[in-house]
Design a protein around this ligand. Structure first.
Ligand code: PLP
Length: 399
């Protein structure tokens, strides 16, 4: 039997599934970049980008991926020799911190391991010791895409405020914006970075740096600033081209316009968050059953700290790798690799796999991916509880 007809489901945690409408929006000839129509559309895109982040602050658009805005956020804020505190809950905040180090910024890391969220008591203790206020910024991710932990950004922000420490709070929402609740202004987040290719359902290639007035003022003294990354012109342009420091990424913008229409103007942001939350709960409930024999464990135990956009699952090595290969070749489902989860007995993380459930996903797709995983487990003879997909169906039935 051939199994290669029908639509392939890419369930890696970014790039995520592109809605047909987004693909169609790209399928057009180049516009005149001097046409006021384009400027008007971009104006609306920026407005909606701010809505998705819950901010009246600034949003700068860059032609880059997530790593680009890691660098851009740092060069706009800091000088060589400045110090930042990195809150590690997986590989991504340390990745950002690594960029800081390479730029000559001093870094210190509080490491919360690979299975828990940031412990605010430890953060408060460390900040209270920093009497001279040496930390200029605190770098944290909302969702770490390797461990699938979701940090409570509101609680982290409140903890920082409780200490009276003036460090800027900078949050990486690359794997979570548009999927998880996020209120930049209400939560006193000073800088937020994200990218186009995960919750925002747009091809990889756009990066966004959001910042408030406090960050803008601190950034005025940043000696690491370079002409391309400088956020000032991008949010305060005299000419349209300065928004992008050159030619606008026209087709990415058409794609993003369509995606934002879907999120902000059609489904509604709150409903988008709710859908992600419900579909994540359906997935968790399947894993609760599957794991009744202790072979298929969700990496994050506490539901409160599980991401709604990505799930990391731990099995005996190399079962994660075998499952991925089997579903890809036999059911048309591509699951994500284990990333940064290596241990002594599993150096390449082959026991792990991840499910990307961010962006353009509905109950049918979710049940399909769980069904494919069930078939994969069956084929690989992995012992597990029965009735997992039915359990997910029950969660979805009262969505
Ligand atoms: C994907 C991701 C990145 C890196 O983004 P790229 O576009 O691959 O450079 C950074 N941080 C988080 C949390 C991510 O999920």
């Amino acid at each position: 039997m051939t199994r290669f007809f029908g639509r392939h489901h890419i369930a890696i945690p970014g790039p995520s599934i592109l809605p047909d409408r987004v693909i169609q929006a790209i399928n057009r000839s180049a516009p005149d970049i001097y046409d006021p129509e384009l400027a008007e559309m971009v104006h609306g895109v920026i407005k909606d980008l701010k809505t998705v982040a819950g901010t009246d602050g600034h949003a700068a658009i860059y032609i880059c991926n997530g790593h680009g805005v890691w660098e851009g956020s740092l060069t706009n804020l800091l000088d060589k020799g400045d110090k930042v505190l990195v809150l590690a809950t997986g590989i991504f905040a340390p990745g950002w911190g690594g960029f800081a180090k390479a730029l000559g910024i001093e870094t210190e890391t509080l490491d919360f391991g690979r299975r828990s969220s940031v412990d605010t008591d430890i953060l408060i203790e460390r900040l209270s010791q920093d009497k001279k206020h040496e930390f200029k910024a605190i770098l944290v991710v909302q969702v770490d895409t390797s461990t699938s932990v979701r940090n409570d950004i509101e609680a982290i922000s409140k903890a920082i405020q409780a200490t009276g420490h003036p460090a800027l709070l900078a949050v990486d929402c690359i794997a979570s914006l548009g999927c998880e609740k996020f209120y930049m202004d209400e939560w006193n987040v000073d800088v937020m970075i994200t990218g186009s290719q995960k919750g925002l359902m747009t091809p990889p290639g756009l990066g966004f740096i959001y910042f408030n007035e406090r960050a803008r003022n601190v950034g005025k003294k940043a000696e690491l600033k370079t002409p391309y990354w400088d956020w000032e012109r991008r949010v305060n342009p005299e000419e349209f081209y300065q928004l992008f420091c050159g030619t606008a990424p026209t087709h990415h913008l058409f794609a993003l316009r369509e995606a934002l229409d879907m999120i902000v103007h059609e489904e509604g942001l709150e409903q988008t968050w709710q859908r992600h939350s419900k579909l994540a709960q359906a997935i968790w409930s399947a894993f609760d059953i599957w794991n009744s024999e202790g072979q298929i464990e969700m990496n994050i135990k506490d539901r409160k700290y599980r991401s709604h956009s990505v799930s990391t699952i731990k099995m005996k090595p190399p079962n994660g790798k075998l499952l991925r290969k089997w579903t890809k070749e036999n059911t048309g489902l591509t699951l994500g690799i284990g990333l940064g989860m290596g241990t002594e007995e599993d150096p390449d993380s082959t026991g792990f796999f991840r499910i990307g459930h961010m962006g353009h996903l509905n109950p049918n797709m979710t049940l399909g991916l769980l069904g494919s995983i069930e078939v994969g487990f069956e084929h690989l003879a992995i012992s597990r509880g029965k009735g997992a997909v039915e359990s997910a169906a029950k969660v979805i039935a009262d969505m």
